[in-house]
Design a protein around this ligand. Structure first.
Ligand code: GLN
Length: 194
């Protein structure tokens, strides 16, 4: 069986934890800081962090266009937290740089300042009965989504997990818990693309 290599954008933010989760699931990982490192990837993870900084770095490192091209080819991309903001076509009250790939409108820090971070048991449509423990850190959420976007989970009536074709996005941090179901789900998307 050929190995699956997943790039993890490593400009800033929680990329090491994503690498660990992906490796436990059997994938190889590669830290991405330069455009040439994108070659031959089977999938890409955009981690949490600070989305304005990440957007600026994507521009500065000339990664914006090559990632958009990968996306157009159909290579799966998984964005978590700040990564969700990077994937969104629209960000409420902001014109910051993003990859602008998913037909979603997101709002940053949308769970309110007083609750900077929290955990919640959520129910994910694809994962059956067993709840998924989600860690939210100054999380965004999806304010609205086009009909082509599949909503996979909501919390407090806010959309926090969604998929559109080769794009998967979570408002929370799946790399900070032991539950690997979401990374496995993403790797299945990668396998069906390959
Ligand atoms: N609040 C951050 C932002 O807007 C995202 C937080 C995170 O990724 N944990 O960029």
């Amino acid at each position: 069986m050929s190995t699956t290599t997943i790039g993890v954008l490593a400009l800033q933010g929680a990329f090491i934890e994503h690498e660990k989760s992906l490796q436990v699931c059997g994938a190889e990982t590669r830290q991405i800081r330069l455009p040439e490192q994108l070659k031959g990837l089977d999938g890409l993870v955009i981690p949490g962090g600070e989305s304005t900084t990440m957007g600026k770095l994507l521009m500065a490192y000339e990664l914006l266009q090559p990632i958009k091209e990968m996306a157009k080819e159909g290579i799966p991309i998984f964005g978590t937290c700040a990564g969700m903001i990077m994937l969104a076509k629209e960000i409420v009250n902001s014109n910051q740089t993003s990859l602008s790939l998913m037909d979603i409108v997101v709002e940053r820090n949308a769970f309110g300042r007083q609750v900077e971070s929290f955990e919640a048991d959520i129910s994910v449509s694809e994962f059956g009965e067993e709840p998924y423990n989600a860690v939210f850190i100054r999380a965004p959420y999806i304010v609205s989504a086009s009909p082509g976007v599949k909503i996979m989970a909501s919390y407090d009536e806010k959309i926090i997990l969604a998929r559109q074709n080769n794009f998967l996005t979570a408002a929370f941090h799946p790399e900070l818990t032991e539950d690997l179901r979401l990374h496995k789900y993403f790797l299945e998307m990668v396998t069906s693309y390959k």
